[in-house]
Design a protein around this ligand. Structure first.
Ligand SMILES: [Zn+2]
Length: 265
């Protein structure tokens, strides 16, 4: 039986730190046991690039959307470009969308309007959403609660509290963890406790490459191969073996994004 392997559910493969050596990045990912990557767009331009890359390469799938931090700079026609990517081969999600109170470059009401548009299109086209959250847990929960329906998708790189986690799970979302759970800061023990308690069938792993490199690579550009380090720490936190966690999180990723199990890197 072939090993299950990891799905890196969130990587910005169009970032310049990864794009230049993509063959090397994917070789190292394969060697680390990564079988599939969801390549996530943040603008109309890089969403198109991600959809193209997914079309060209086995094992790569695309999420297309406009990140809340880029929503204000979007040009007329950019949203229509996102809409027209939906339905392309291997576009498996809408996003990255969400809310961000940490960076001020997009007015908050513009972010909320953009998030609402992504949610509506995702619902209409039957795709999951990839949700970014920075200091906006309560705002996201309020906006999605007003929809009065479950939301299929993932709260990516989750860093909130146990209460936030429960609210997102109640809304129907999966929770994905990135490198922060490997950082040695004592203050992150609370996040590790939350990660230990997420129901196994709602749990995902990711790198958020090129950001959030796990320990001991913190501060250097991240890449999909390192999802194995984050996942190993998550397995340890949860008292399970890495292969058990791989089986569960990979099945979750395939279920949520509709990834085929026979197309790998
Ligand atoms: Zn991201």
């Amino acid at each position: 039986m072939t090993p299950v392997g990891w799905v890196d559910t969130h990587a910005h493969l169009d970032d310049e730190s990864l794009r230049g050596d993509l063959a090397g990045v994917l070789d190292r990912a394969r060697a680390a046991g990564v079988v599939q990557v969801v390549a996530v767009g943040t603008t109309a331009d890089d969403s198109e690039a991600m959809a193209r890359l997914a079309g060209d390469r086995a094992g790569i799938f695309a999420a297309v959307g406009i990140h809340p931090n880029h929503a204000a700079e979007a040009r007329p026609g950019d949203w229509e470009r996102i809409v027209s990517l939906v339905g392309s081969k291997k576009v498996v999600a809408l996003g990255e969308t969400g809310l961000d109170r940490y960076r001020q470059n997009t007015p908050f009401d513009v972010q909320q309007e953009s998030f609402a548009r992504h949610l509506a299109l995702a619902e209409e086209r039957g795709l999951p959403v990839v949700i970014h959250c920075r200091q906006s847990e309560r705002d996201l929960i309020a906006q999605m609660t007003r929809l009065a329906r479950p939301v299929r998708g993932v709260l990516h790189s989750f860093t909130g509290t146990q209460d936030d986690a429960e609210a997102f799970l109640d809304l129907g979302l999966h929770l994905s963890f990135a490198g922060m759970i490997t950082f040695t800061n004592k203050t992150l023990d609370a996040l590790r406790t939350v990660a230990a308690r997420v129901p196994l069938n709602r749990l995902l792993v990711e790198t958020d490459s090129p950001y959030l490199s796990p320990h001991p690579h913190r501060g250097r550009p991240n890449e999909p191969a390192r999802v194995a380090l984050t996942a190993a720490r998550l397995a340890e936190i949860r008292g399970m073996s890495a292969p058990e966690l791989a089986r569960a999180t990979t099945a979750n990723a395939r279920g949520l994004f509709g990834l085929p199990d026979d197309e790998t890197l």
